[in-house]
Structure formats: structure tokens, C-alpha cells
Write a protein that binds this ligand. Structure first.
Ligand code: NAP
Ligand code: MG
Length: 507
């Protein structure tokens, strides 16, 4: 129940200048694809937004050829200083068109406008500014003298942070001197296509960045194209594993950013008000469609009841609804398929004996919605404690000692992120050191900074994005060894237990 009534405060769509249909962005211009076009919809009400071109294998050939030409003739010959100027220009144009990009992102993805406006798009600009600064300083990145670019990068991204994942991929690739062919997710192509308009506005030389829309087969044709030198993928572990297999034995350098099942550990001396906000931010930010979401809450047993009471109270004040309304805290689930997955896993949670609690909120008639949900009495063997739900669902487990917290936190095939809440610095450092996760947050969660490397190990993938390490993934020196590592076998397959690799680069 909310204590105050809010008047609707929707952001206007008039800023969008939407086209009825969008082509592929190849060699500096929009053109029709040869596959069957599809329609992208708003998940909040299932209304169509625009018709989108579909790239088939011949379009991928054309895009990769354009990227190769641009690499050979222009981008690899340009000075780092000049490449940097283009990146600065792109960053400034993103800032100028922030509102438009935020509206497009919320419309197409379903995320609340306050998140796209205050988190996604500002981070996109920050990523381009950050890597713009590196473009003429590659010699000083500690990655060897005069490090060389790789060539053409094939990049495939998911739907949860469409424009931000694009920035994480394109900014370091261009700064390091590579050209790009990028495929956005089928359900969220809109912001990438507006970004293509920004590239035209920035006068980026034709072919340096190409955007090809389509579904999984478009992505597959792209990463398997023989003339790409680098593959960067963010998405599910299943597809990541398939890409690792198909690129094995080729000269392609590979980075994989995959799923997660992060532990958010709350000790009994934690600053309680902040911890409650941190738990909410950890799992309900972006409807829980976050690879590093704090989806497993590990709470010290003696404060379990207090934390749960306060959490439920707080969740009851969250507002679910129109993503374009500035008061909205929880938006729509991105697709029908994802909603089905969240429902199925939540039902399994109940069947396996966990206790389900759901925040009371009105579910709109149309669109894809799932109210914030908490499971208590969860055991480590439950599927909701092991599998990534990728939705607004929190599984709560308890622990008594730091050693038990560490053991439970590490009891997952993933290793992307973790959180620790405690007043005691020595405890935070001691526990962080033993957590097998690429990123460990202390007394905060879901913080992103372009200077800080991000990535996982075990089934969360390999390689790092962000920071100096993120540059290494696009240069011939540096983070090479990462791409040679194999992903561990699928959960449940008969194999030796995976030993954790060296701690992630964020340490
Ligand atoms: P997904 O099915 O793996 O899709 C990711 C991207 O790959 C999409 O563009 C998809 O196209 C494309 N794709 C699908 N099959 C492909 C294939 N065989 N070859 C090449 N590309 C292919 O994942 P998702 O369901 O969209 O995204 C959710 C997952 O991403 C979660 O597991 C999440 O944890 C992970 N994620 C990880 C990070 C990270 O940084 N570690 C960040 C965000 C998300 P379509 O969209 O057309 O299917
Ligand atoms: Mg959409």
C-alpha cells in the first residue's frame, strides 16, 4: 500500500521522431536486409513500435566486408588522437540526445524511465568519454609497447541493457583501433538504431561501425563469419558455450560475459537502512534483468526476521507500471518468453518447498508483468537458489558464521559478482578475498564505472570489460590468455569440479 497518491507523470514520446521502419546500418547508411523483417514492440502494452530489418548471411557478409574496408583504409591508419576525437564527439552527442535515448530504451525494453534516464544513458556517455581518453594513450596502458588492434570485431549483445551493452562493446573496440559489426537483441533494437543516427551525425567514417538487426541466426552468422578477428558476446551461458565451441581452433579472440547468481551477504552488524535499499537495488533494479543481480540474499540468521519484515514493507511501497512514468520503480518484463521463464522457475520454487511472498500491486491488463517476489525457506539445492531467474525474484538463505556465508556464496556454477554488508572493514576485506566472483561490492550493489573492470569466471564467462583491462580485450597484447580458456561443462554433466581461477581483474 502506498502512503501518498501520485499523479501520473509520463515522459512524452514526442521527442522520439520514430520512423515506421528501420534498415540495417551498413557502410554508413541504412539499407534493407534480405531476411524477413520483424516488429519490435513495447513490452508494457504489446503495442508495435517499428518494423525492423532482418540481416541474413549475405547481409552479414556485406557488413563484415564494410568493416574490413574501413579497418584497412581508414581506422587502422588514423592516429589515436583522431580516433579519440570521434569518440568524444559520440559521447557528447549521446549526452545531447539523452532524453530521446532514454525514452526509446524504456519504450522498447520496458525499464523505468528513471533508470534509463539516470543510469543507462549517463553511463553510456561515460563509457565513450572514458575510452576516448585512452585512444591516444595505448602505449601507456601497460599492455606492451605500441599494442596493435585486432581488426574486425563481431559483437552480440542482450536485451537487458541494450544501449549500455552497446557502449561497453563499441567504445573500447574503437579506441583500440578496431572496426565493428554489432548485433543488438531481437526484442530491443531501437536504441542501437538511434545510435547509428548519432554515428552519422558524428561523421564517423563509413563502415567503422555497422549495426545488423535480427535474431539468433543473425548473431550466429556474425560470430562464425571467417573474416572477423574478435568476438565479444554478452548473453546466456548456453549461447556463450556454443560460441566458445564454434570459435575454438580459429584465430578469433573471444570474450564472454554470461549469466550470474550473485550472493548478497548481510551480516548482523550491517547498516540496516542502507542494506535494505541495497537488497532492493540488488535484485529489483531493471526488474532483476541484471546478470550481476543480487538474486541470492544470504542473511545472518539472527537478523533474518527483521530484515524480511523491513524488506517486505519497503517492497510494498514500490510502484510498478508504465515504464515512461517518472514515478515508476518497477517496469515491464522484457518479453513474453522471459515472463514464462520467471513464472516457471517461481512455480518450481513453491513446488520444491520454498515459501513465496509477492508484493501487492495492480498488474496492468496488457503487457508482461511480474510483481516483486521473495522466497524464504530456500535450500541451496532448490533450483531457485541455483539457476538464474533473470527477473524480480529474490531467494533468501541464512547463515551463522562468515565461513558458512562464504561457502554458500561460492556454491554456484557462476562467478560474476557478490555483495557484502557489514560495519566492519576487516570482515569485508576478509570475506571479499574468499568470494569467487569477478566483482565484489561492499555496502553497495550494482555500481558501475567505466574505469573499473567487470567480468566473471566459471560459467559467468571470461575476459574483462571496462577499464584498462577492457582495452586489452581488443589489442593483440594483453588479455590473450583469457580467450584460450574453455568454459566448464554444463551443470549436471559428469566432470571434475571446477577449480576457481585466479581472482577477477577487479581486485
Ligand atoms: P541470449 O539468448 O544468449 O542472447 C544474447 C544475444 O545473443 C542476443 O542478441 C541473441 O539474439 C543472440 N543469440 C542468440 N542465439 C545466438 C547464437 N546461436 N549465436 C550468436 N548469437 C546468438 O541471452 P538473453 O536471454 O538475450 O540475455 C540474458 C542473458 O544474458 C542472461 O543469462 C544474463 O545473465 C546474460 N547477461 C550477461 C551480462 C554480463 O555482462 N555478464 C550482461 C547482460 C546479460 P536474440 O535476441 O535475437 O535471441
Ligand atoms: Mg521491444
Amino acid at each position: 500500500m502506498s502512503f501518498l497518491e501520485y499523479a501520473p507523470a509520463p515522459e512524452s514520446k514526442s521527442i522520439l521522431h520514430l520512423k515506421k521502419s528501420y534498415g540495417l546500418f551498413i557502410d554508413g547508411e541504412f539499407r534493407d536486409g534480405h531476411g524477413t523483417p520483424f516488429t519490435t514492440i513495447s513490452p508494457a502494452d504489446e503495442s508495435p513500435i517499428a518494423k525492423i530489418s532482418n540481416a541474413n548471411a549475405s547481409d552479414i557478409d556485406t557488413a563484415v566486408a564494410a568493416a574490413r574496408r574501413a579497418y584497412d583504409k581508414v581506422w587502422s591508419r588514423m592516429s589515436g588522437k583522431d580516433r579519440g576525437k570521434y569518440l568524444f564527439r559520440i559521447a557528447r552527442l549521446v549526452q545531447e540526445r539523452t532524453r530521446e535515448l532514454a525514452v526509446a530504451e524504456s519504450l522498447d525494453n520496458g525499464k523505468p524511465i528513471k533508470e534509463s534516464r539516470d543510469v543507462d544513458v549517463p553511463l553510456v556517455a561515460a563509457w565513450f568519454f572514458y575510452y576516448a581518453g585512452w585512444a591516444d594513450k595505448l602505449d601507456h596502458a601497460g599492455l606492451g609497447p605500441a599494442p596493435k588492434s585486432l581488426g574486425v570485431a563481431a559483437q552480440v549483445i542482450p536485451w537487458n541493457f541494450p544501449l549500455l551493452m552497446l557502449a561497453w562493446k563499441i567504445a573500447p573496440a574503437l579506441a583500440a583501433g578496431n572496426t565493428v559489426v554489432l548485433k543488438p537483441a531481437e526484442t530491443t533494437p531501437l536504441s542501437a538504431l538511434i545510435f547509428a543516427e548519432i554515428l552519422q551525425q558524428a561523421d564517423l567514417p563509413a563502415g567503422v561501425v555497422n549495426i545488423v538487426t535480427g535474431a539468433g541466426d543473425t548473431g550466429s552468422a556474425l560470430v562464425n563469419h571467417p573474416d572477423v578477428n574478435k568476438v565479444a558476446f554478452t548473453g546466456s551461458t548456453a549461447v556463450g558455450r556454443a560460441i566458445a565451441k564454434s570459435t575454438a581452433g580459429t584465430a578469433k579472440k573471444l570474450t564472454l560475459e554470461l549469466g550470474g547468481k550473485a550472493a548478497n551477504i548481510v551480516f548482523d552488524d550491517a547498516p540496516m537502512d542502507q542494506a535494505i535499499e541495497g537488497i532492493v537495488n540488488g535484485i529489483f533494479f531493471n526488474q532483476g534483468h541484471v546478470c550481476c543481480a543480487g538474486s541470492r540474499l544470504l542473511v545472518q540468521e539472527n537478523i533474518h526476521d527483521e530484515v524480511l519484515d523491513r524488506l517486505k514493507q519497503r517492497l510494498s511501497t514500490l510502484r510498478m507500471g508504465d515504464p515512461l512514468d517518472k514515478n515508476t520503480d518497477i517496469g515491464a518484463i522484457n518479453s513474453k518468453a522471459q515472463l514464462e521463464r520467471i513464472r516457471t522457475l517461481s512455480d518450481i520454487g513453491e513446488e520444491e518447498g520454498a515459501t513465496r511472498w509477492t508484493a501487492e500491486c495492480a498488474i496492468p491488463d496488457k503487457g508482461f508483468w511480474f510483481a516483486p517476489t521473495i522466497f524464504t525457506n530456500v535450500e541451496t539445492s532448490h533450483r531457485i537458489a541455483r539457476e538464474e531467474i533473470f527477473g524480480p525474484v529474490l531467494s533468501v538463505l541464512t547463515f551463522r558464521t562468515p565461513a558458512e556465508a562464504i561457502a554458500k556464496a561460492n556454491n554456484t556454477p557462476y562467478g560474476l559478482s557478490a555483495g557484502i554488508w557489514s560495519d566492519k572493514g576487516s570482515r569485508i576485506l576478509g570475506v571479499a578475498d574468499k568470494l569467487k566472483a569477478g566483482v565484489v561490492w561492499a555496502n553497495t550493489f550494482n555500481r558501475f564505472d567505466p574505469a573499473s573492470p567487470f567480468g566473471g569466471y566459471k560459467e559467468s564467462g571470461y575476459g574483462r570489460e571496462g577499464g584498462r583491462h577492457g582495452l586489452g580485450a581488443y589489442l593483440q597484447s594483453g588479455w590473450h590468455a583469457e580467450s584460450q580458456r574453455a568454459l566448464p561443462p554444463a551443470v549436471g554433466s559428469p566432470a571434475k569440479p571446477v577449480r576457481a581461477a585466479k581472482k577477477g581483474a577487479s581486485k
